[in-house]
Design a protein around this ligand. Sequence first.
Ligand SMILES: N[C@H](CCC[C@H](N)C(=O)O)C(=O)O
Length: 292
Amino acid sequence: MNFHFTKMEGAGNDYIYVDEFKEPIPENIKSALTQKLSNRHYGIGSDGVIFIKPSKAADVEMEMYNADGTPGGMCGNGLRCVGKYVYDRSLVKEKTFTLESSGEMKKVEVIQTNPDGSAKMLKVDMGAPILDADRIPVTHAKTRPFEGEQAVIDEPIEVQGKTYRMTCVSMGNPHAVVFVEETDSLPLAAIGLHFEHHAWFPKRTNTEFVQVLNEEHVKMRVWERGIGETMACGTGCCATAVACILNHKTGNKVQVDVLGGRILVEWDREKNTVYMTGPAEEVFSGIINIKL
Ligand SMILES: N[C@H](CCC[C@H](N)C(=O)O)C(=O)O
């Protein structure tokens, strides 16, 4: 089959974007297609594939698959990139519009443009963080260490014989946020998978390792479910900020420095909504001619 694609990245979190307005892709091949295209040696290389398609309820709908072919839930960097994609192609008329992802409506705003008028920085209203254990979920059929409406804040978790302290936040997908002394020397390749597949996370988890620099600035490295270490994670930055605020480590506005760039997060406690602001870039586009 033949179809067009666009490679985009948000703070280095790179996805292949496929526009289904023009070329619909059969649902039953999306997982296998993603695994093939995302492979960094045998494919184009990406953290996953994002399908952009018409929505009944919003201006546009997006659907994300992780590099391993598992369907992802929410995707913050993807929302900003899809926002840029539809804004730059005039698929939306205003600077503010709605995108549908995982059945939820997200308000996106282009807040800065390039000299050619294309979108440069976008702000997304990511909605309320989910904290209760059953809805994240952070439970295990046998041990059930956390359940019900209880929030998991600063709780010990043992991984490979070492005890870490984690705070669990869902932004539509699960995140375990772990505070560390410093992120640079962290052996993420050795520990990441053990968090992802820990028995307490029956649906696996994304994990953020956070070094607090001061009350408004942190450094973070992320291990994403279904991918591994990535350069950035939008929902992960939101979860990071929420965890920092809940643990009284920062104020309500947090600059999160990730390997691939910088994301600004603000948790408006009155409205109980999280705003995420960051860049979106288009890298290249082309035509895929593939046999599955
Ligand atoms: N990179 C994405 C999140 C992907 C999360 C995914 N790995 C999952 O399975 O939940 C972001 O910018 O928010």
